[in-house]
Design a protein around this ligand. Structure first.
Ligand SMILES: Cc1cc2nc3c(=O)[nH]c(=O)nc-3n(C[C@H](O)[C@H](O)[C@H](O)COP(=O)(O)OP(=O)(O)OC[C@H]3O[C@@H](n4cnc5c(N)ncnc54)[C@H](O)[C@@H]3O)c2cc1C
Length: 614
């Protein structure tokens, strides 16, 4: 039995004596200091004591919780109180306990029998004290009682009340218990949601070593009835790296970036790193590794799916530079995969990695990139159909050193606003201007920003995710497809789709170039000949589907990173029949019970020929 013992400070004590006793209790190894601030302001007292101690939790009953009384100038506002509590949680490391049910008060003359019975509950017992000698006496009781000490984060009854059904919280592996996060924990807010999706997982496990990932997967294996999300950077559009009531294995802590061999430009990157961190780490060597258009995206999700970025036309997809991975498979085994060792797994992880295991390290051969031209152009175009068609021609004809993406939304009767943004891989201003001029001529240029920069500065434009994590809410609805050529018919149908008003975000990512140099059978990302990747997002999934159906006949294949539908048809769009058959056979070998299923699940998918009218 674990006995947790604390002290309740006498409210009549002078303030400095209160502080001294709290510090004494901490030194003596007690589990909790409860204060009744008496005439003092409770927030100020709690803040002061948290600041005066380092690790001991401080318990205080705080009011109010109801609506403020506008006639009472001293009435606290719940929203203000909540913010103050959040700030204290962050600053003091979640040591503030405000739930009075989180401790039980004992009499000063605590009997051995009462001590024994307290050990059978999971709530700390607090003994009133007014002197250092009394604090020491309580500490001696704790030592004399012996027994195990509590491990892992302190959880109060109010946290236990928020536990979700079906999770064996007490069975969390010892290696993960200290960092696991449950609803109600102070750290929960920072791990519950992702960049685009709001979530309420029942438990977030945060491994930092492959062995801990294996422990997490074993735990997940005992919870197959629940959703399981795998998270690296949390920018997943297609995946479910958060959920409601399920488990999340969060690899954010595995974010190291190291150079393995400088002459061959070989680097090893953890899945939790972001691409802006990767760019910053490679920059001093004059190296870069193309990822996507946004430096905030995580390595794990992108490097297991593809990576269509600003340098792809020149250097290929991100996965085309992968030379090895370290993975934990569903059975907990830790394996390496490259061209010689587990070559099938190495093939599959480059495009369908999320189905096959959890990648704990990626090894890439990166390339040299000097200064680049970074461009953001805003244009007003009278006719969106014509603008799309012309953009298609200009973007596809651009030299490989130039990659420009297009974003637009609902057009208006008087015209549409299109944003063009991208990169020219040249430090020469004349080349940059020459390459961008055809794009700038697609409409009336109303705003432009073109500058010479290091690739890292381009990636660095994404803001950092702060200590309070992502703030996504709701569900994103996105449709994704690959376009072999941007024809007049496609431009017409895309314009019609946009005019419905049901698509608020429409994006064309230019492909081609080095992406198409790679044999379609070389990786599980097989749609190598596409000229563009297209994404549409809308608020109403049914309306979005109807609008998107205009575009579907023009599509050949799908890049899974931008699709939120999880149907078998979409999986079959993402992987051509031969690729899917090979992936399914691989899945049977490495994950026969389909533990990893959050993202474009290939399990039990028969080879479905994409039909015309979906
Ligand atoms: C603002 C924004 C811009 C983007 N721009 C681009 C772009 O230009 N080009 C592009 O190609 N993509 C782009 N993406 C898409 C992005 O690549 C994917 O959403 C990717 O999955 C995000 O990776 P993550 O680790 O941040 O996401 P997470 O949400 O952490 O993971 C997404 C999914 O990846 C899988 N996964 C994550 N980590 C691992 C792992 N270690 N091992 C195995 N599977 C794992 C899981 O199935 C998970 O559900 C963009 C996304 C956003 C939100």
């Amino acid at each position: 039995m674990t006995l947790e013992l604390g002290v309740a400070l006498d409210p009549a004590l002078p303030p400095d004596a209160m502080t001294a006793l709290a510090q004494r209790a901490e030194e003596a190894g007690l589990d909790l200091v409860v204060i009744d601030p008496g005439d003092l302001d409770p927030w100020t007292t709690a803040t002061w004591l948290l600041g005066s101690t380092k690790s001991v939790p401080i318990g205080v009953t705080l009011t109010p919780t109801g609506a403020p009384d506008p006639r009472d100038p001293d009435a606290g506002y719940p929203s203000v109180a909540e913010r103050a509590r959040d700030s204290l949680d962050l600053l003091a490391g979640a040591r503030l306990i405000t739930d009075p049910d989180a401790w039980t008060s004992a009499p000063a003359d605590l009997s051995p029998a009462a001590l024994e019975s307290a050990a059978s509950t999971s709530v700390p017992l607090v003994v009133p004290v007014a002197t250092e000698a009394e604090v020491d006496r309580v500490a001696r009781l704790l030592v004399e009682h012996g027994g195990p000490r509590p491990s892992g984060p302190r959880r109060t009854s109010s946290v236990w009340a928020k536990r979700r059904p079906g999770i064996a919280y007490d069975d969390v592996p010892a290696s993960l218990a200290a960092t696991a996060v449950e609803p109600g924990d102070a750290a929960y807010r920072a791990v519950r949601s992702t960049y685009l999706r709001g979530g309420r997982p029942g438990l977030v496990l945060r491994p930092t070593t492959p062995a801990q990932v294996a422990d997490a997967l074993r735990f997940a294996g005992h919870h197959r009835h629940l959703p399981l999300g795998i998270r690296s950077g949390g920018h997943g559009v297609s995946g479910r790296s958060t959920n409601d009531g399920g488990l999340v294995i969060d690899l954010g802590g595995m974010s190291s970036i190291e150079v393995l061999d400088a002459p061959s430009r070989r680097v090893r990157i953890g899945p939790g790193a972001t691409w802006k961190q990767v760019a910053a780490a490679l920059d001093p060597y004059g190296w870069a590794l193309g990822s996507g258009d946004y430096g905030g995206v995580g390595v794990g999700g992108l490097a297991t799916a593809g990576g269509i970025g600003f340098l792809s036309r020149e250097h290929g997809l991100t996965i085309d530079h992968l030379v090895a991975v370290e993975m934990v498979l569903a059975d907990g085994s830790i394996v390496r995969a490259d061209r010689e060792e587990n070559p099938d797994l190495f093939w599959g992880v480059r495009g369908a990695g999320a189905n096959l295991g959890i990648v704990t390290a990626f090894e890439f051969e990166v390339y040299e990139v000097a200064e680049v031209g970074s461009a953001q152009l805003t244009l007003v175009v009278p006719d969106i159909e014509e603008a799309l068609l012309r953009f298609g021609a200009v973007a596809a004809a651009a030299p490989r050193d130039t990659t420009v993406f297009l974003v637009t939304g609902r057009p208006r009767a008087e015209g549409a606003v299109i944003q063009l943004y991208g990169l020219v891989d040249s430090p020469d201003p004349e080349v940059i201007v020459e390459r961008l001029t055809p794009f700038a001529s697609l409409g009336a240029l109303v705003q432009q920003q073109v500058f010479r920069a290091r690739y890292t500065d381009v990636m660095n434009q994404a803001p950092d995710v702060g200590s309070d994590g992502h703030h996504g809410h709701g569900e994103p609805h996105a449709r994704s497809g690959l376009i072999p050529a941007l024809t007049g018919d496609l431009a017409r149908d895309a314009a019609q789709m946009l005019r419905t008003g049901d698509v608020y975000f429409f994006q064309l990512r230019t492909m081609g170039g080095a992406i198409a140099d790679v044999d379609p059978d070389a990786t599980a990302f097989a749609h190598r000949t596409a000229a563009f990747q297209v994404t549409a997002m809308g608020g109403d999934p049914a309306a979005l589907d109807t609008a998107w159906s205009r575009l579907r006949p023009h599509l050949e294949g799908l890049y899974l990173s931008f699709e939120t539908t999880t149907s078998t048809e979409r999986v079959a769009d993402a992987f051509p029949p031969a690729t899917l058959a090979r992936l399914r056979e691989l899945k049977q070998r490495v994950d026969p019970t389909n533990l990893l299923r959050d993202n474009f699940n290939i399990f039990n998918i028969v080879n479905i020929e994409p039909s015309e009218n979906r």
